[in-house]
Design a protein around this ligand. Structure first.
Ligand code: UVW
Length: 351
């Protein structure tokens, strides 16, 4: 097989898992990582690492994503209305006693606890050296089918106007088919920075790993606990975007040493309870073309590292802190939803 690119981005691993690879660094999570994860299980206690998928707040969590809308349906998908949640399975036979409830949901796949898939973020990149940058994703895939640069729409809930393009090469089904289970390591940023809106640098992180005796090895999935999950839940369903987007820490995506450390260490996935794992930059970037979210670019586009966002890590972090440990078994498959660019997830951490 031939690579689909002539020029690969600086600092990328394109081709290292094969020219047609669609899994990225999740290739590092195989049997060996499952066994290593299982070896960390001592009490068997499990933690559900998901926020509610329908946490209220309109666009307070994200400017273009809404909480899901769920409807009860009758046979043939017709609306069951607000009152009726059940229908008789065989209405024409009064001897049959079964009653059934079905529903349908309209869901922004990345509204709440989520995986960013590899088709979630790409770059305008000249991978064939033609001088013309094109919409390009991990491993040089150019997802032409159904994808075009669109004006961002901020109109409220425009469901009815949506069409149905597919990220038909790098959709989350690749991750679902592979399964996501292995050893994970939690780095407790909240313990060190509290709710300060601090951009964590390479130097910060190395200090914390040393102080807390945290060891991260190739193939580990790494969770950064910032305390933002608790801030969100503490707002009692009325999230204040000003407070939310100015609270708690996140990785400093502009720190090149931090980005290199992620890939040099062989981290399989990066996860956080904050919005984007990295903090949104506050100052304008350099006067050359660049990514607004450099950690997203480095992970999703250049190295196929999936990002988990808005996970609920509080209780697991507390348990690990009290036990003086950082490793656990993580099980977190996305929905097997072909073509989706991201997915809600209900991860389970077992200690
Ligand atoms: C963006 O808004 C780019 O998405 P996310 O932070 O959910 O990856």
């Amino acid at each position: 097989m031939k690579a689909r690119w002539k020029v690969r981005p600086e600092g990328s691993n394109w081709g290292d898992f094969g020219p047609d690879d669609q899994l990225g660094s999740m290739n590092l999570v195989g049997r060996e990582q499952v066994l290593k994860g299982l070896a960390e299980v001592r009490s068997g206690q499990t933690f559900s690492l998901s926020l509610p998928l329908d946490y209220p707040g309109g666009t307070a969590l994200h400017p273009s994503r809404h909480p899901p809308r769920r409807f009860a349906t009758l046979r043939a998908g017709k609306s069951a209305g607000a009152q009726c949640f059940c229908f008789a399975l065989a209405r024409d036979n009064p001897l049959l006693t079964d009653v059934v409830s079905d529903d349908v949901v309209l869901l922004h796949t990345q509204y709440s606890t989520q995986w960013d898939g590899l088709a979630h973020m790409g770059s305008l990149f000249d991978s064939d050296g033609s001088g013309k940058p094109d919409i390009t994703f991990y491993n040089g895939y150019r997802l032409r089918h159904g994808l075009k640069l669109a004006e961002r729409s901020d109109s409220a809930e425009p469901w009815a106007t949506y069409e149905n393009p597919r990220a038909d090469v790098l959709g989350v089904e690749n991750l679902a088919k592979h399964g996501v289970q292995g050893r994970a390591v939690l780095v407790d940023l909240f313990k060190h920075f509290g709710r300060a809106n601090h951009a964590v640098t390479y130097d910060d992180l190395q200090k914390i790993l040393e102080l807390d005796n945290v060891v991260i090895e190739k193939g580990d999935m790494v969770c950064f606990y910032t305390g933002l999950d608790d801030v969100i839940l503490g707002m009692g369903g009325k999230p204040d975007p000003g407070v939310l987007h100015g609270s708690c820490s996140g990785l400093d995506g502009s720190d090149r040493r931090l980005l290199s450390w992620i890939t040099d260490t062989g981290i399989a996935a990066l996860i956080s309870d904050n919005f984007a794992v990295e903090l949104m930059p506050k100052a304008p970037g350099p006067q050359v073309s660049h990514a607004l979210l450099p950690l997203h670019e480095h992970c999703l586009f250049k190295n196929g590292i999936h990002l988990g966002e808005l996970w609920f890590l509080r209780d697991l972090a507390k348990c690990l802190r009290e036990d003086g440990r950082s490793r656990f078994l993580l099980t977190a498959p996305p929905l097997h939803l072909p073509g989706a660019v991201g997915s809600p997830v209900t991860p389970i951490g077992t200690v």
